[in-house]
Design a protein around this ligand. Structure first.
Ligand SMILES: Nc1nc2c(ncn2[C@@H]2O[C@H](COP(=O)(O)OP(=O)(O)O[C@H]3O[C@H](CO)[C@@H](O)[C@H](O)[C@@H]3O)[C@@H](O)[C@H]2O)c(=O)[nH]1
Length: 277
């Protein structure tokens, strides 16, 4: 039987410059005396989209040094959400964590994030919007504005404080219940929160201070933002389709009644008035 209870999934595209620091800092944090999680029970899975930047060699080197890390290289698929889903499917742990490779999600929070999941807390959410934590001053203003706008648009869908966060965890039993996941999206946490119908009291929120990317570039483009709006539309339909259909029928009925009363007040539907002609 596997001794692995926890899996850390890292979607990565051209992140070779960050992988060594990421993996050594994760296991360094787990090895601290006050860590609530035993490092021997943790695996790290990097899901790389054929970056061909030396990431595979870096992971092989780390394995030789004794770190429990492996890399899945996808050659026919691309995209952040589908990479995370692939990692969750391959994970051996019951508690699974997703984090960025670029060190914006500080590895020192990994033990607390992993330990926060339990049978009653099926979802762990690294939140940037809580008292006592801050977003690095170097994070550009336009990203803060986009993030706040995106967060507001998601408010009707979940009570989670930071559903845009890419630093989150889910228990395997809940993940396996998810249907119709949107593999094209960038916001897999939001998709899982909605499609697994995670109630607010099943979410363990872990405040963390969001850093700036260590190496390489963000993959957030205009196309990604448009995809987010498409994803939101899909989630609104998923969550509120019966309400939307009901409202549409109601509007139609009100419109017909109004039209009838307007027509009859002009004599259009009145039997006597019509007989004049
Ligand atoms: N395998 C794979 N990984 C990808 C891809 N696109 C991005 N990644 C990886 O996914 C992580 C996040 O990508 P970034 O490009 O660094 O995203 P970001 O703009 O910093 O956005 C992050 O912060 C947002 C909060 O503002 C999060 O919402 C978002 O999920 C992500 O965590 C990084 O490890 C990156 O290498 C892809 O197509 N394939």
């Amino acid at each position: 039987m596997s001794s692995i209870r926890y899996s850390v999934i890292v979607p990565a595209f051209r992140e070779n410059g960050n992988i060594r620091a990421l993996v050594t800092r994760i296991f360094g944090a787990l090895a601290q005396v006050n860590s609530p999680v035993n490092p021997a029970e943790v695996e790290v899975i990097i899901v790389d989209d054929n970056s061909r930047d030396g990431s595979v060699e870096t992971v092989e080197g780390l394995r030789r040094e004794g770190y429990n890390v492996r890399i899945i290289v996808r050659t026919t698929e691309r995209g952040l959400s589908s990479a995370v889903v692939r990692g969750f499917r391959e994970a051996q742990g019951d508690s699974m964590l997703c984090m960025d490779a670029d060190l914006q999600h500080p590895p020192e929070y990994v033990p607390a994030m992993l330990a926060s999941m339990s049978p009653t807390k099926q979802f762990a959410l690294g939140t940037r919007y809580a008292a006592g934590v801050e977003i690095d001053e170097g994070w550009p203003l336009y990203r803060r504005v986009i993030s706040s706008g995106a967060r507001m648009l998601a408010l009707p869908l979940t009570s989670a404080s930071d559903p845009m966060s890419g630093f989150f965890g889910i228990r395997k039993e809940t993940f396996l219940k998810a249907r119709n996941l949107n593999s094209d999206g960038f916001k897999i946490a939001l998709d899982l929160l909605v499609k697994c119908a995670i109630p607010g009291d099943a979410i363990a929120e872990v405040p963390f201070s969001f850093g700036v990317r260590a190496e390489g570039e963000s993959k957030l483009t205009g196309k990604v933002m448009i995809r987010y709006l498409e994803q939101l539309a899909e989630l609104y339909w998923y969550s509120f389709s019966s309400l939307i259909v009901f409202a549409a029928i109601l509007l139609f009925v009100v419109f017909v009644l109004l039209a009838r009363s307007v027509l009859s007040s002009y004599g259009g539907l009145d039997g006597k008035a019509q007989s004049k002609y």
